[in-house]
Design a protein around this ligand. Structure first.
Ligand code: S3P
Length: 171
């Protein structure tokens, strides 16, 4: 029931472009919880975009910063937390997600996601490569890990409102 969710953080995980930030913000409004977007918190702290962090400091440093931000957010009061697509791959972050939150894997057809991410070029992992190829590679290593989430919610290619409803129903 939604009542059980109210006093716990809800963490949205899944591939880039699946709608974690947009859906998370709206879910938070509906549940009356604060919203945090991990990527955005990192950008604010660094004073740079994710792409700039990757370019100037490298992925390893981004991942270290991401893990620190995730720890701080997951150890804090209940929120709806949108994570970057790679956050759950860190074992320490994954442990915190599992012990400190209700986790939701937002899962969508890779072709649907590829169409979405093609319209923006803010994602360093794509780096001009074919999005569907990159997404297939990421799915292979990440789907077993995302699958450890408490809930898996299939989100279609339609309006984000439908995904908000679908997650809300499952909580
Ligand atoms: C990443 C996803 C991005 C961002 C960074 C790396 C990933 O977040 O954290 O570009 O490893 O999948 P989104 O999932 O919000 O695009």
């Amino acid at each position: 029931s939604p009542l059980t969710a109210l006093d716990r953080t809800i963490t949205l995980v899944g591939l880039m472009g699946v709608g974690k930030s947009t859906v998370g913000r709206r879910l938070a409004q509906r549940l009356g919880l604060p919203f945090a977007d991990g990527d955005h918190v990192i950008e604010e702290a660094a004073g740079m975009t994710i792409s700039e962090i990757f370019a100037s400091r490298g992925e390893a440093e981004f991942r270290a910063g991401e893990a620190r931000v995730m720890r701080r957010l997951l150890e804090g009061p209940p929120i709806v937390l949108a994570t970057g697509g790679g956050a759950m791959m860190n074992p320490e972050t994954r442990g915190l997600i599992k012990t400190r939150s209700i986790s939701v894997w937002m899962k969508a057809d890779l072709k649907v996601i590829a169409d979405r991410v093609q319209r923006r070029d803010t994602r360093p992992l794509l780096r001009g490569r074919d999005p569907l190829t990159v997404l297939r590679e990421l799915a292979e290593t990440r789907y077993p890990i995302y699958g450890e989430a408490d809930l898996t919610v299939e989100v279609g290619g339609g309006a984000h409102g439908q995904a908000v409803d679908a997650i809300h129903r499952e909580l």
